[in-house]
Design a protein around this ligand. Structure first.
Ligand code: ACM
Ligand code: ZN
Length: 781
């Protein structure tokens, strides 16, 4: 029996009478996000909710649970009219499936032949018919109905037949509540949005250097001390120094155990499983500020909850040689295991700096006793010991991909984050399940659009389109890896967030794109269709009071020198907008010149541009000022392609990865050559140089400028050496470094040499890290 014939059990025949607006709506193609496996739209009508809609529920489902799904559906769909009611009736196996005479109804049937989370849906002139094997499938059918509804009238759903099930069992979002403590009601809003997008795993990063966020009854100092940091909110995360001993610590917060229970229940009702993460052995400053006796005795600095970058604090770590550490963590796990019904506990394992371990007599004794020859294997000992305990509680362990650096705990599920997440494949090769959350694509802390418009973060773009286009399964993979891949996760680290609005801005709309990667069938990507469906989702976000980024509407520029000119290309990820621009310094408008192909600039210019849709301005105005000097448009001879920016006439911003700065010059001396194209008399060379102490970007040890007429013989013309305090000056600023040229006759080639400044000094936020340089422009006069 096919699905359609089952629904004919509904007795009422609806006589179609559509308004012309409805008719037009029924004809337009729907773009449900995440895209279902199959949708057939029957362009001949719409279902309208009435004030009371009858819902007939197969008695194999618990009608109370269905009632609760319906009330969540109503609550999530804030765009419904207010007084919509569902009249839920239980239908025994032998009962009648019929609506009240003359009205359309919803029928819900259990179909055990379907997969968990799968559902079938028909909307036709009899009403709405849903089949699923589980309540989760049912819940997702209603989410689909919500996103299929008419944009201006959410009580109206076009006729369609739809079958749908997820691609991955693990469809995750990680929220870092350590760096920014998100109040529980705001976490609930995120859970609402996850469930609307059919995401089902909320990985809560509950502990880190910057705050311990979960009440543990046996260790009250974890939240009395570990949840609170000094107030450095007037500084960017990268500029914040650790607290001083005795300094007040007013910033932070934690979830009580009752809060956790409330969140877990709220999530469960929305088919979201919360997976707690207790990070170890590194990222443990907050815990060790509360219980410093659990750190290695080799730690020789005061331990505080750090309000910013980890600085020297980054190497503080639980002592692997102290049995009290394991007792403590086991006690913590006891309470965590009983609070979270999830089968999983995530035990971190990322970025554990082993400096103190290598100086610690207790850790040395442990290595000897356990016959461990390498310090990395000490981490393996640590993780395996905790993992065995987690398993003894009937749970499974998860951890970050650093666990593949040494012997893996048995049965651990590995989260691939470094590089393109490929470290997780080392675990897959050993038969472990894994989840992909590659930093380069799915970390939502990265910039989501043209960086000049975005709030400061570390570096790098993961645009909405980057997230959407992500395909975790690579053709080069061993066949078995795909079976071990549980799914994908977007991860939101909150270092740069001071409010929940800051978090929402970073998360949305990229989490919407992730939902398609996680749910929709492989190979079904359709960026244009997604963009249309996204607009519908965004309406729902607004109705819930969730703000989101519109970076997708901003213009990204690319300017490169080409034969003495500057070629400027403009682009926007949204497929449904026009870019319009001016070159007279005026604000662009809907009738300004339409951008169709790259512009070739030959002198100092101002380009102003923005995107428009239907005559309405969508993104922000990009002001592109192109300066001009003897170097502009000229060729750079260098092995690094990014060095081309040096002569494009456009200055960089204080955002180090805005594509106007060269790649990092690090670890070694570097040099490039500017070819002026013809012999020229010059008097001055100026280099635009970025300093950003929070990211170890600073001046080089010295710069040498050499000149040549023939490209063979070079003479040193000018040089500058910098003192340590000049190189490692604190802050985020741009400096123009001038070189007066006294022997600049008939110069064609200018060679610039940068001498590496070495590691950052102890007082620097990034102490011990290799320093790096970035230039935006070479200017010649
Ligand atoms: C991580 O980004 N440290 C997992
Ligand atoms: Zn130790």
């Amino acid at each position: 029996m096919n699905f359609i014939s089952k629904t004919t059990l509904l007795s009422t025949i609806f006589i179609c009478s559509l308004s012309s607006a409805d008719s037009a709506w029924a004809q337009t193609s729907m773009h449900i996000v995440p895209k279902p496996c199959s949708v057939v739209q029957n362009n001949n009508g719409v279902f309208e909710y009435s004030k009371t809609t009858d819902v007939f529920v197969d008695s194999q489902f618990d009608s109370k649970n269905v009632g609760s799904i319906l009330s969540i559906y109503k609550h999530l769909n804030a765009l419904f009219f207010n007084d919509l009611n569902f009249n839920v009736r239980n239908v025994k196996a032998s009962g009648k499936w019929s609506g009240a005479s003359g009205s359309k109804c919803i029928t819900i049937k259990k179909n055990d032949a379907l997969d968990a989370e799968e559902y079938k849906l028909v909307v036709d002139n009899k009403g709405i018919a849903i089949e699923s094997a589980t309540e989760a499938g049912l819940f997702y059918a209603f989410q689909t109905l919500m996103l299929a509804s008419k944009l201006d009238n959410h009580s109206s759903i076009p006729y369609m037949e739809l079958t749908d099930k997820p691609r991955f069992e693990y469809r995750g979002f990680m929220l870092d509540v350590s760096r920014y403590f998100m109040p529980k009601d705001d976490v609930k809003k995120i859970i609402d949005c996850m469930s609307m997008l059919k995401l089902n795993k909320l990985h809560l990063h509950l502990t880190d250097d910057n705050g311990w966020r979960i009440e543990i009854k046996k260790y009250p100092k974890l939240t009395e001390i570990g949840a609170w940091a000094a107030n450095r909110n007037n500084q960017d995360f990268t500029d914040r120094y650790p607290s001083n001993i005795g300094e007040p610590t007013p910033v932070g917060g934690f979830y009580t155990q009752d809060d956790i229970k409330e969140l877990v229940k709220y999530a469960q009702q929305r088919y979201v499983e919360i997976i707690p993460e207790i990070d170890m052995p590194g990222h443990s400053n907050a815990a060790l500020a509360a219980y410093p006796e659990l750190a290695c005795p080799s730690v020789d600095v005061p331990i505080t909850v750090v309000p910013g970058m980890r600085q020297g604090a980054g190497s503080i770590i639980y002592c692997a040689g102290n049995d009290k550490v394991f007792t403590f963590l086991e006690d913590v796990i006891d309470e965590v295991a009983s609070l979270f019904p999830s089968k999983y506990i995530h035990i971190g394992g990322d970025e554990a700096d082993k400096d103190y371990w290598s100086k610690c007599p207790r850790c040395a004794a442990r290595m000897k006793a356990e016959n461990i020859s390498h310090i990395e294997e000490l981490q393996s000992y640590f993780m395996r010991r905790i993992s065995n305990y987690v398993k003894s509680k009937g749970k499974s362990v998860m951890g970050w991909d650093e666990l593949t650096n040494s012997t893996l705990p048995e049965d651990v599920t590995v989260f691939g984050w470094r590089g393109l997440g490929n470290a997780a494949l080392k675990a897959a090769a050993q038969g472990h399940k894994f989840v992909m959350t590659p930093a380069r694509l799915l970390y939502l802390i990265r910039y989501q659009g043209p960086q000049w418009f975005e709030p400061l973060t570390y570096f790098g773009n993961n645009t909405l389109k980057d997230v959407y286009m992500y395909e975790p399964v690579q053709p080069t993979w061993d066949k078995n890896y795909e079976n071990l891949l549980m799914g994908v996760q977007a991860s939101m680290w909150t270092e740069f967030c001071k409010t929940s609005r800051d978090v929402y801005y970073q998360v949305f709309p990229r989490l919407v794109a992730l939902s398609e990667v996680a749910w929709s069938p492989k190979g079904s990507k359709d960026w244009n269709g997604f963009a249309a469906g996204l607009d519908n989702v965004l309406q729902h976000l607004s109705a819930k009071g969730i703000n989101y980024s519109e970076a997708m509407y901003n213009v990204q520029h690319k300017a490169v020198p080409e034969n003495g000119k500057v070629k400027v290309s403009l682009s926007c990820d949204r497929p449904d907008v026009e870019i319009r621009y001016t070159t007279d310094g005026m604000e662009p408008g809907a009738s300004s010149t339409l951008y169709t192909s790259p512009l070739y600039i030959e002198s100092e210019s101002e380009i102003r541009c923005a995107t428009y849709k239907g005559g309405v301005k969508m993104g922000q105005t990009l002001n592109l000022n192109i300066g001009w000097n003897l170097a502009t448009g000229k060729e750079i001879l260098s092995s690094s392609p990014s060095d081309k920016v040096l002569t494009n006439g456009i200055r960089g911003s204080k955002k180090q990865s805005d594509f106007e700065w060269t790649d990092w010059y690090t670890k070694k001396d570097v040099s490039f050559i500017l070819d002026l194209g013809a012999n020229t008399d010059i008097k001055k060379v100026v280099l635009g140089c970025l300093s950003y102490s929070g990211m170890a970007v600073c001046k080089p040890k010295s710069i040498i400028v050499k000149l040549s007429s023939d490209g063979k013989e070079y003479r040193e013309s000018a040089a500058k050496e910098f003192s340590e305090s000049e190189i490692f000056k604190l802050g985020n600023f741009i400096e123009d470094i001038p070189f007066d040229i006294s022997d600049g006759k008939d110069v064609r080639y200018i060679q610039v040499e940068y001498k590496y400044a070495g590691d950052c000094p102890a007082y620097y936020i990034k102490n011990g890290q290799q320093s790096r340089c970035r230039l935006d422009e070479i200017m010649v006069y």
